[in-house]
Write a protein that binds this ligand. Structure first.
Ligand code: G1P
Ligand code: ZN
Length: 559
């Protein structure tokens, strides 16, 4: 195999965000852009301890536009940089949790996830790339910071001269390696089987199968994205759900022109089915572009992701994999404190980390936590090191199956109502203002920070400001510190307003406002979150002067 060394010059915008590097497809298509970033990743790995002999790289993406081209390039660069084998999902497609699982199962050195997750796809959409380490999880900040530093000084990249590789046929293709008498192997694997097998070891499939056979009606929306084939195998082939339990299950390069983000705005078709009054089904769920997010719906009922995490934690022992109990829970800072209440009752620790799954890896590796979650529709456990959409759906189905066996039909809403009765309700909502000019967004944050001192002690109706700060995280395992992880206004009664700029957007800035208030009174638990949080929403707008400073009169997405 011949290796080419190509001269290049740095791009100044290759700083990985909350979850890898995300840019418009057009940016990634510039000459050398992808290559520079991939070489910066490899240079970081080579600088560390170098690649061990026989190092294997897992590669998979969510099937969005540019996936196939990028994979061809990455395979050639992996060969040139010393990997002896790459594991590629068939057609280049693997869900993010499936990549994590494959890295762990086959003990590969690391993996490349090609996805911009819930961002729109297609030729005018977004593309993304993320490096995962050998535990199966996203590279921690220490590594992503080095990758960025390398990208700023890169001068050459290495790429092997290989023919176009057939990634559609399961099997192995061997090439002569860089060193004489060695081989470089491209192994194309079935994208679905390993993952479906893993799910079957965690959950009570016979119980879920009986539930689905008993007239319980569900709908899963893959949003034209990566989970379609997984859902077909798991729900239809293995659990016997009728084919019409699935919608939008054929992956497309532009996600059917939609926005593959499972929330009340973008999963509108599913939401209409699940909020159809008497005609609504018993259970609805959706996942995002790369299959790591989940939205859970009951009959005319939406489960806030923060509550979902709490419910899973409280009911974990109903699931075979967690029947001995869970070691601890972790949630990102903006996620509501509902899980904390469950952890306190179970007498297990609950950790508060910055936004982004990469902060959970150390805690899981150290055995400190079993379940993790984010308010942004992410939930998972230590079975992988990524959030896992279908896992969360199966977890809910397993709980429902078990409760139904014990008590006859128990609805999703009923589960939430009894959960709140026991623990109280952390009423929660997130308001996103997407694609506002970066400068205006920065000024809003600066304006809030300028009030840190004057706000303390100030009353807004019954709400009194206790403290204001920028959240910092001290990782208890490796001692690293991450600053500026969200601007917080904390009130005397435990209510919170948090302002944070997104680290995954590619157009202007997305400003997120996270609102939380605790409601112990069960006569108010049925209230719509927007109604219950009306005063907090007012306070947030008053403090931030968001409308005045951005001209935006309403959020783009309300969760
Ligand atoms: C968003 C979510 C965050 C999640 C990330 C990747 O990041 O808020 O919780 O981990 O996507 O799915 P953000 O755009 O807020 O930086
Ligand atoms: Zn995702």
């Amino acid at each position: 195999m011949k290796i080419q060394t190509i001269q290049t010059t740095p791009f100044d915008d290759q700083k990985p965000g909350t979850s890898g590097l995300r840019k418009k497809v057009k940016v990634f298509q510039q000459p050398h852009y992808l290559e520079n970033f991939v070489q910066s990743i490899f240079d970081t790995l080579l600088d560390d301890d170098g690649l061990p002999s026989g190092a294997v790289l897992t590669i998979g993406g969510d099937g969005r536009y540019h996936n196939r081209d990028a994979i061809q390039t990455i395979i050639k660069m992996a060969a040139a940089n010393g990997f002896t084998r790459v594991l590629v999902g068939q057609a280049g497609i693997l869900s993010t949790p499936a990549v994590s699982h494959l890295i762990r199962k086959y003990k590969t050195f690391g993996g490349m996830v090609l996805s911009a997750s819930h961002n729109q796809g297609g030729v005018n959409g977004d593309f993304g790339i993320k490096y995962n380490i050998s535990n199966g999880g996203p590279a921690p900040e220490k590594i992503t910071d080095t990758i960025f530093a390398k990208s700023k000084v890169i001068a050459i990249y290495k790429i092997a001269e290989l023919p176009k590789i057939d990634i559609d046929t399961v099997g192995e293709i061997a090439f002569d390696g860089v060193i004489q008498n060695t081989k470089f192997v491209v192994q194309v694997i079935n994208a679905v089987d390993d993952y479906a097998d893993l799910m079957q070891t965690l959950f009570d499939f016979p119980a879920i199968k009986s539930l689905l056979a008993s007239g319980f009606k569900m709908k899963f929306d893959a949003m034209h994205a990566v989970t379609g084939p997984y859902a077909q195998e798991i729900f239809v082939n293995r659990l016997g759900a009728p084919a019409n339990s699935l919608m939008n299950c054929i992956p497309s390069e532009d996600f059917g022109g939609g926005h593959p983000d499972p929330n009340l705005t973008y999963a509108e078709d599913l939401v209409n089915i699940m909020f159809a009054g008497e005609a609504a089904l018993d259970f609805g769920a959706a996942s995002d572009g790369d299959g790591d997010r989940n939205m859970i719906l009951g009959k005319n009922f939406f489960v806030t992701p923060s509550d979902s995490l709490a419910v899973l934690a409280a009911n974990a022992t109903l699931v075979p994999a967690y029947k001995q109990g869970i070691a601890g829970v972790a949630r990102s800072m903006p996620t509501s404190g509902a899980a904390d209440r469950v952890a306190a009752k179970l007498n297990i620790p609950c950790y508060e980390t910055p936004t982004g799954w990469k902060f959970f890896g150390n805690l899981m590796d150290a055995g400190k936590v079993t379940l993790c979650g984010e308010e942004s529709f992410g939930t998972s456990s230590s079975h992988v090191r990524e959030k896992d959409g279908l896992w969360a759906v199966l977890f809910w189905l397993n709980i429902l199956a078990q409760k139904n066996v014990e008590n006859g039909i128990v609805s999703v809403e009923k589960i939430l109502m009894s959960h709140w009765l026991e623990y109280g309700r952390n009423v929660y909502s997130r308001h996103d203002y997407e694609a506002i000019p970066t400068e205006a967004a920065n000024l809003v944050i600066a304006h809030i920070k300028a009030q840190f001192t004057s706000l303390v002690g100030q009353s807004f109706g019954t709400y009194i400001v206790k403290t204001c700060d920028d959240f910092s995280y001290h990782d208890p395992i490796d001692g690293s510190i991450s600053h500026n992880q969200g601007t917080r206004i904390l009130f005397e009664d435990g209510s919170r307003i948090i302002f944070r700029l997104s680290g995954t957007g590619t157009e202007g800035a997305t400003l997120r406002i996270y609102l939380e208030a605790f409601e112990p009174d069960s006569t108010k638990h049925h209230l719509d979150a927007q109604v219950a949080l009306a005063k907090m929403i007012d306070i947030a707008l008053q403090i931030s002067q968001l409308k005045e400073r951005t001209g935006r009169l309403a959020p783009t997405v309300i969760t």
